[in-house]
Design a protein around this ligand. Structure first.
Ligand code: AMP
Length: 302
């Protein structure tokens, strides 16, 4: 039977994470940018994943994704799964990376299955930027969103700038925007990043919310005042996944639509931080999501 078509494609990592926060520690839990992003996107549309996992990737973790309707036809299985170890101190806005083992990712040659060709949106979640560019070129018809992080800014800067030239939306956090542009002022950094090609730049500010920059415009989304914060790992990927998933359901890409996407991104990111790994985001209901989306509206009304 031919595979069902997908609405959006998520390219990124599938990983096993070891994470310590002031609230506990977990070992070899489901992680990776594609896992978090695809789960968040799956509340809006049907995602297909382009990634690689090792033969050691536990079948229960694969099932967590397929049970959410996520298509894994684009996941190559070979070698050992990508591993990441991070720790958060009391300022939970940024992880300190203790270990990154690329493993199978080091030789990854992405393939895009034929049932992904009709997708309208492509999320290039955190991944080697030369692979992000390769997938972007394989899906020219899509509206493209790219997320990145300090690891790739430090190690693959030129390739990253080339990948950014290919996309419509760039997503990154404030420290990464400053690092990439060598500029402390975020308004100036966003202008510089937009001049590379993207129509929109989204800057995540952890617990303080997110900014959306368009042509001479700026929208600010508040941070959700969370009491249940446990583990911020994957919040950024969940943000990008929800943005991509929501946009896949929308006919337009105008700024009001992008603003709503930022609020859905912030909604999924806030849920993600309430538990370790994907424990919270895997079991949400539509009502949970709409209730928090509405709470975001109330937060910024005056
Ligand atoms: P976030 O907290 O949203 O920035 O992302 C955390 C996830 O990113 C973890 O599940 C890691 O497995 C994954 N990750 C860590 N380092 C990298 C990297 N260099 N490239 C891609 N994904 C990564």
């Amino acid at each position: 039977m031919p595979n069902q078509s997908v609405d959006l494609v998520v390219a990124g990592t599938i990983g096993l994470d070891d994470v310590t926060t002031p609230f506990g520690a977990v070992t070899a839990t489901l992680g990776g940018s594609a896992s978090y992003a695809a789960i968040a996107a799956s509340y809006f549309a049907r995602p297909g994943v382009v990634s690689i996992a090792g033969t050691d990737w536990p079948s229960e973790q694969r099932r967590e994704l397929t049970e959410r309707g996520i298509d894994l036809a684009g996941v190559t299985v070979s070698g050992q799964t990508f591993r990441w170890q991070g720790v958060y101190e009391f300022d939970m806005n940024e992880a300190t990376t203790l270990r990154t083992e690329l493993n199978a990712l080091a030789d990854f040659a992405p393939t895009v299955p034929s049932n992904y060709r009709e997708a309208t949106v492509l999320l290039l979640a955190n991944l080697d930027p030369s692979l992000q560019a390769l997938v972007a070129r394989a899906l020219p018809q899509t509206f493209k969103i790219l997320d990145t992080m300090n690891f790739w800014i430090s190690s693959q800067r030129a390739a990253l700038i080339e990948a950014i030239r290919l996309v419509d939306v760039l997503v990154l956090n404030e420290a990464e925007a400053r690092q990439l542009c060598d500029e402390v002022n975020l308004v100036k950094a966003a202008r510089e990043l937009r001049s590379l090609g993207p129509t929109y730049v989204m800057i995540k500010q952890g617990e303080h919310g997110a900014l959306l920059f368009g042509h001479e415009t700026c929208f600010t989304a508040p941070g959700y005042p969370l009491e249940a914060l446990k583990d911020p790992t994957g919040a950024g990927d969940s943000f990008a996944g929800a943005v991509a998933g929501f946009l896949a359901t929308q006919p337009g890409r105008d700024e009001p639509t992008l603003r709503r996407a930022v609020i859905y991104g912030s909604t999924l990111a806030s849920f993600c931080t309430e538990a370790f790994s994907v424990e919270r985001t895997i079991h949400l209901t539509e009502a949970d999501i709409e209730e928090r989306y509405d709470a975001f509206k109330t937060l910024s009304q005056f």
